[in-house]
Design a protein around this ligand. Structure first.
Ligand code: ADP
Ligand code: ADP
Length: 238
C-alpha cells in the first residue's frame, strides 16, 4: 500500500471543519479522482497528504511511515516523492519552460543552478524528453508568461514528472481551462502517469471528467467521505 488515510479530521483555526473522519487506502498505480463541490474539503485533503497543512486528528501513512511523526528533514524527503500539479500552474513565469521543468528536479537550488548554467547534460536531456511527452519541447526556450493556460499546465505536468514522484497530487488541474483544453490536459495526464506507473490523485469538481478518466472515485460532501468505489459504480445521487 502506498498511502493510507486513517480517520483524518481537520479543523482550521477559525473553527471550520474541513475534513471529518475521512479514511481510505491507495494502492500503487491507482488513478483516483476526488470529487465534491467547492468547499467540500478536496484541497485540504491533498494539502494534508504532503503536509502543506497539518491535520487535527487521525493519521496519514505514506509508504507505511506516519507523516505526522516525521521530523522536518524527513518530511522533505517524503515531499520529494510526492509531485504536485496546481490549478494556477505555480510556474515561475519569468523563467523559460525548460528552466521550470528543471526546477521540478532541483527545487530552489535550480534557480541558482540556472543562473550559473550548471544543469548537467543528462538533466537537460531528461527535461526535454518529458517536454516531448506533453508536446511542449518546441516551446522550451519561451518564457512561461507567454504561454496559454493549457500550455502552462502541460509544463506543470512535465515539471511534476521530472521529480519522478511515486505519488502525484493534482489540485483542480483543469479548473481554469475551457472544456476542450481541460480534456486535452486530462488525456496527457492519464497517458503519462500510466506509462510511468505513477499513482495519481486528482481533485475535480466536474463529475463527467472524473468518470471519463479515473478508475476509482472518492466523493466528499462538507468534509465527509460519501462515496468511494470503482468509477462504474458511481450513481447519480452522489
Ligand atoms: P475544496 O477544495 O473542496 O473547495 P477546501 O479544502 O478548499 O475545499 O475547503 C474546505 C473548507 O475549509 C471550506 O469551508 C473552506 O472555506 C475552509 N478552508 C480552506 N482553507 C482554509 C483556511 N486556510 N482557513 C480556514 N478555512 C479554510
Ligand atoms: P522555491 O524554489 O521558490 O523555494 P519550491 O521549489 O519550494 O519553490 O516550489 C514552488 C512552489 O510550489 C511553492 O509554493 C511550494 O509550496 C510548491 N511546491 C513545490 N513542490 C511541492 C511539493 N512537493 N509539495 C507541495 N508544494 C510544493
Amino acid at each position: 500500500m502506498l498511502l493510507s488515510i486513517k480517520n483524518v479530521s481537520k479543523k482550521y483555526n477559525n473553527g471550520t471543519e474541513a475534513l471529518k473522519n475521512v479514511s481510505f487506502d491507495v494502492e500503487k498505480g491507482e488513478f483516483i479522482s476526488i470529487i465534491g463541490s467547492s468547499g467540500s474539503g478536496k484541497s485540504t485533503l491533498l494539502r494534508s497528504i504532503n503536509k502543506m497543512t497539518d491535520i487535527s486528528e487521525g493519521s496519514i501513512l505514506f509508504e507505511n511511515q506516519n507523516i505526522e511523526k516525521l521530523k522536518k528533514k524527513e518530511i522533505n524527503l517524503v515531499r520529494r516523492e510526492i509531485g504536485m500539479i496546481f490549478q494556477n500552474y505555480n510556474l515561475v513565469e519569468r523563467l523559460t519552460v525548460i528552466e521550470n521543468v528543471l526546477h521540478g528536479r532541483l527545487g530552489y537550488k535550480s534557480v541558482i543552478a540556472g543562473i550559473l548554467g550548471i544543469y548537467s547534460e543528462e538533466e537537460k536531456k531528461e527535461a526535454f524528453a518529458f517536454l516531448e511527452k506533453v508536446n511542449m519541447a518546441k516551446y522550451a526556450y519561451q518564457k512561461c508568461s507567454e504561454l496559454s493556460g493549457g500550455q502552462k499546465q502541460r509544463v506543470g505536468i512535465a515539471r511534476a514528472i521530472m521529480q519522478k514522484p511515486k505519488l502525484l497530487l493534482c489540485d483542480e488541474p483543469i479548473a481554469s481551462l475551457d472544456p476542450k483544453t481541460a480534456e486535452n490536459i486530462m488525456d496527457y495526464l492519464r497517458k503519462i502517469v500510466s506509462e510511468l506507473k505513477i499513482t495519481c490523485i486528482v481533485n475535480l469538481h466536474q463529475v463527467d471528467i472524473a468518470k471519463k478518466y479515473s478508475d476509482r472515485i472518492i466523493a466528499l460532501n462538507k468534509g465527509e467521505k460519501v462515496f468511494d468505489d470503482k468509477t462504474e459504480n458511481l450513481t447519480n445521487d452522489v
